[in-house]
Design a protein around this ligand. Structure first.
Ligand SMILES: [Zn+2]
Length: 307
């Protein structure tokens, strides 16, 4: 199979996924700052589906609006998600094939957090949205931790169970952990997929021991549109949120985390953060000029001649 744009469109069309008719909710308040003044940035996503990405003009948070309901996303992940990504890239991507690329990613992330785990008496780790468990398994072995993984996709959790991890099929926002706390919580390649970033990070804060660490990463939206020289190409229905260094830093401060170290990943697309618990600063916002700077940059990327 080739990656040509004509055959890509045909492959996606062949899936017969009707995004337009999926049930959706309108987003009326910014998930980060609560404001309600938005600018519509794009009208089609990278697959060609009619999805609008909006930006909050106050804080610069970018998100799909309207956005599929939780049930519609559940069906999306159970059914069309991996076939759609496979159709887009023109090669098979499923719970098994992603393990190879996950291994490389796991080794890189482990090196990143190693200085913050070495010499500590950490015992437990929770991987939120851990997929097939490659990353959790690597971390558990590398750092001698008891690994627990929670993910909503049953097939991927089944793969994770083979690694000997404790597995939970579900959503962290809804699962009752009782009084359990974890020394390390990892949220890798997951935060952009959440429906409520602020609520989930606040929940994560409660699940962390007082001297524990959080590892979280984002697809940096600015890196994505600069790389593609296209804003539409950086938007996809699988990601309700499009975070930047400015908005993610504000989210972390608001929900009670100090950033100990940030990392521009080797793929130049992700930004990783090692964080420690801190007092939440609920009113934390990006610098006042950052939203306007991003909007200006987006207009440039949308209209500057291709080099
Ligand atoms: Zn906002």
């Amino acid at each position: 199979m080739t990656g040509s744009s004509a055959s890509r469109a045909e492959r996606i069309a062949a899936l017969g996924y009707d995004y337009a008719s999926q049930p959706k909710d309108a987003v009326t308040a910014c998930n980060l700052c609560g404001a309600s003044t938005f600018v519509i940035l794009t009208h089609r996503d990278r697959y060609g589906y009619p999805a609008e990405a909006h930006a909050c003009t106050r804080c610069g948070l970018v998100f799909l609006n309207p956005r599929m309901t939780a049930d519609a996303y559940g069906r999306f992940y159970d059914g069309v998600y991996r076939p759609l990504v496979s159709a887009f890239h023109g090669r098979l991507i499923d719970a098994r094939t992603i393990q190879a690329e996950q291994r490389e990613y796991a080794a890189e992330r482990a090196a990143f957090i190693q200085p913050f785990v070495a010499g500590r008496a950490f015992r437990s780790m929770l991987d939120i949205g851990g997929s097939t468990g490659v990353v959790a398994h690597h971390f558990a072995r590398e750092f001698g931790l008891q690994g627990t993984l929670i993910d909503p996709a049953p097939l991927e959790v089944e793969e994770a169970r083979h690694f000997g991890l404790e597995t939970i099929t579900g959503l962290v926002e809804r699962h009752d952990f009782g009084g359990r706390r974890f020394d390390a919580v990892i949220v890798c390649q997951t935060v952009d997929h959440l429906l409520d970033v602020r609520g989930t990070l606040a929940r994560v804060r409660q699940l962390l021991t007082e001297d524990g660490i959080l590892l979280v990463d984002i697809v940096d939206f600015r890196a994505a549109y600069l790389r593609h020289r296209s804003v539409d190409a950086a938007v996809k229905i699988d990601h309700p949120y499009y975070l930047t260094e400015a908005t993610m830093s504000a989210y972390l401060a608001a929900t009670g985390f100090d950033i100990a170290r940030a990392d521009y990943a080797a793929d130049r697309l992700h930004v990783g953060y090692v964080c420690r618990p801190a007092a939440p600063r609920p009113d934390a916002l990006p610098a006042p000029a950052s939203a306007m700077e991003m909007l200006r940059e987006i207009r440039y990327v949308q209209n500057a001649p291709q080099p």
